[in-house]
Design a protein around this ligand. Sequence first.
Ligand code: SAM
Length: 292
Amino acid sequence: MHKDIATPIRTKEILKKYGFSFKKSLGQNFLIDPNILRKITEYAGLTEKSGSIEVGPGIGALTEHLARNSKKVLSFEIDQRLLPILQDTLSPYDNVKIVNEDILKADVKQVIEEEFEGIEDIMVVANLPYYVTTPIIMKLLSDKIPLRGIVVMLQKEVADRISAKPGTKEYGSLSIAIQYYTQAETVMVVPKTVFMPQPNVDSAVIRLTTREKPAVDVIDEEFFFQVTRASFAQRRKTILNNLTSQLPDGKSKKEVILGSLEKAGIEPTRRGETLSLDEFARISNELHPHFK
Ligand code: SAM
């Protein structure tokens, strides 16, 4: 096996050789601890039949662990300066394809069809750029890419919100959007010292396991998410007040909203943070004919 890219000494050597300077605006905090990388890879449960999708390979620290444990790795990297470095550091591996694209603009489904022919087990595994963690996860989930799951490093504060349960202060529309598609758990809290340079915030690894079908039955997914976002617009307000102030023409439809809450069996004085996914589904299904 080749020497790990992610030791502090080797990382420094590579950065020096190429005169690479970190771009904070691209969330460039590279991992320099092979043990953490091994653990992330283990949480993903990869086999020699798996296809791994990585967002932001950097200089290839995680990429090589994925290459060793998957059939093929597809890595999206926005920073062109990293391409010659990756060509060098990943030269021992013939199963890695680097795509120089912004993951948020890429047609991931299309690239998977082209690159992952015959691969059924697909995982996203990444140390995400922290300035865009939520949009990236939401894109991957809502694009309906056939993923078994997602194992990613991100800000601990966002990890807490993603895996939060009703009744906690972290629970909100992000928890609901992600738990609608997946089972979410925080599997590891990570110290700042495993990064170069060290980020300002604490980090954690989450594992999202795609559900066979969404957690609840809704008539209209987009409207369900609209209702959940509206319900948390002002956390201290009741569900009735948030819905009347946030839904289109909500104020003039207050009676309709009250009737729908009653039919859904929800007290209008409750707050969004107390409501389960199932209760939100009932509310949005009752409201749907009146707003769509
Ligand atoms: N995987 C490497 C590691 O763990 O050492 C680097 C992780 S670093 C936190 C995030 C990486 O994502 C950087 O290489 C950065 O250039 C890249 N990146 C930032 N925004 C991106 C985007 N929109 N699409 C693809 N890659 C992006």
